[in-house]
Design a protein around this ligand. Structure first.
Ligand code: NAD
Length: 423
């Protein structure tokens, strides 16, 4: 079967949820967190599995498995993307939902965390099939989604197009509700600046890390793994800031040019050809080779668990900025820490997307829309405040930036749970 999960996952199979729990427990130990907060944060509030019978273009019917996990709604309506990939499973969706809870708490958004996914390969499905699958998924989750309960957004394999279908299908049932989903097209209530938002946040976090490390951006090399929404925008914006992007990659492989890749050309190439396959702007390398390049900054912006205990010792970067969610497994953290590599963790590094999604939701509910400059002006101080709080906690607790980010997030969540009282 084309979408069989097991043999299509290109990264090593580690439990992403175990990685989430390992870090949660480490941060909880450091802060002597009360057991009841650990118990609450260690399990998702709600786990829904749906089976969606959908007619394919050839007239046959296929049942697609989908998930929605609400990890927490303590701080507000749950928020989190929807992923379409052949390897999506419940463990991964649970981990991604947990990270959303921590991310929203860390940057101070009035949201909890959720995530969804459907196990399918979007590259082999027609647009009509994808529309039918997305509408079936929305109908199946109509009582979970809601602008005050659970608000989806794009993630890997989904984009504005799928968000428009979700908005439309949900609004057919409940009436016009643009705030039920973010990452919509501009014409349907989307926000200016949402498409580049995550890559923009990765760029801002990288610049703040370089400043702390007293490194000159014009004398800094960078490799980016994954060339979708997050990776391509991060690469382009980092190049604009003066960094030399010496390697890029996607699921078809990597490209290396020591003098610097022309990122704009690569973006044009992928728009035309659908992937980097055949790109002539650099020497062909593997994704594994890209990760081990001698670079100052490495941005993994593809999938989880690409850096594990089996390859961590070969990494040479000085700074890793996690554009993707969970690209480093928990047991690789200590190897990288021992090597003195500074890691800007996912829940901080890629938070730009959910911050602008929050502003999209605010705009939908007020019916008043901001310019791209206003969006950036509102987002930048949130990113900066979060980065510096995490930096200070990392100094105070003498721990990694990742554990510092978890400490910041769980302290806010514990306060929220405590103030809610007994239930
Ligand atoms: P996308 O679908 O736009 O792009 C994914 C990219 O990764 C593609 O270039 C794909 O070819 C590549 N890829 C897939 N498997 C790979 C592999 N094994 N090796 C190398 N490259 C591979 O997805 P995206 O929205 O850019 O998301 C990427 C990551 O960023 C995910 O972890 C996602 O959860 C995270 N993220 C996305 C957003 C967002 O706003 N889109 C926000 C926060 C975090």
């Amino acid at each position: 079967m084309a979408e069989a999960k097991a043999n299509l996952k290109q990264a090593e199979k580690h439990s992403a949820y175990e990685s989430f729990l390992a870090r949660l427990n480490e941060a909880a130990d450091m802060t002597s967190l009360d057991q009841r907060f650990r118990d609450i944060l260690s399990v998702p509030e709600r786990v829904v599995t749906v089976n969606l019978p959908v007619k394919l273009d050839d007239g046959t019917t296929r049942v697609f498995e989908g998930y929605r996990v609400v990890h927490s709604s303590v701080m507000g309506p749950a928020k989190g993307g929807i992923r379409y990939a052949p390897f999506v499973d419940l463990d991964e969706v649970k981990a991604l939902a947990g990270w959303m809870t921590l991310k929203c708490a860390l940057v101070g958004l009035p949201y909890g965390g959720a995530k969804g996914g459907i196990t399918l390969n979007p590259k082999i499905r027609s647009v009509d099939e994808l529309e039918r699958i997305t509408r079936a998924y929305t109908r199946a989750l109509k009582d979970v989604f809601g602008e005050d309960s659970d608000i989806p957004a794009p993630d890997m394999g989904t984009s504005q197009r799928e968000m428009a279908w979700i908005f439309h299908e949900y609004s057919r049932i409940y009436g016009y509700t643009p705030g039920v989903v973010t990452g919509k097209p501009l014409h349907l209530g989307g926000s200016k600046g949402r498409i580049p938002a995550t890559g923009w946040g990765v760029m801002r976090n990288t610049m703040m890390a370089l400043a702390e490390m007293k490194m000159d951006p014009h004398n800094t090399t960078c490799a980016v793994q994954g060339f979708g929404n997050v990776g391509s925008w991060a690469a382009k914006l980092l190049q604009d800031e003066g960094l030399k992007i010496i390697a890029i990659s996607d699921h078809t492989g990597g490209y290396h040019r020591q003098e610097g890749i022309d990122v704009r050309e690569a973006v044009k190439y992928t728009k035309k050809n659908g992937s980097l396959e055949g790109f002539s702007g650099g020497k062909r390398i593997s994704n594994g080779e890209l990760l081990a390049l001698d670079v100052d900054v490495l941005v993994p912006a593809a999938i989880e668990n690409v850096i594990t205990e089996s390859n961590a010792e070969f990494l040479q970067a000085r700074i890793i900025v996690e554009g993707a969610n969970g690209p480093i497994s928990a047991n690789a953290d200590s190897i990288l820490d021992e090597k003195g590599i500074l890691i800007i963790p996912d829940i901080l590094a890629n938070s730009g997307g959910v911050i602008v999604s929050y502003f999209e939701w605010v705009q939908n509910r007020r019916g008043h829309y901001y310019s791209e400059e206003e969006i950036q002006a509102k987002t930048a101080p949130i990113l900066s405040d979060a980065f510096h709080r995490v930096w200070n906690t990392h100094v105070e607790y003498k721990c990694s930036m990742r554990i510092a980010a978890y400490i910041e997030a769980i302290q806010r969540l514990a306060t929220g749970i405590d103030l809610e009282g007994n239930f």
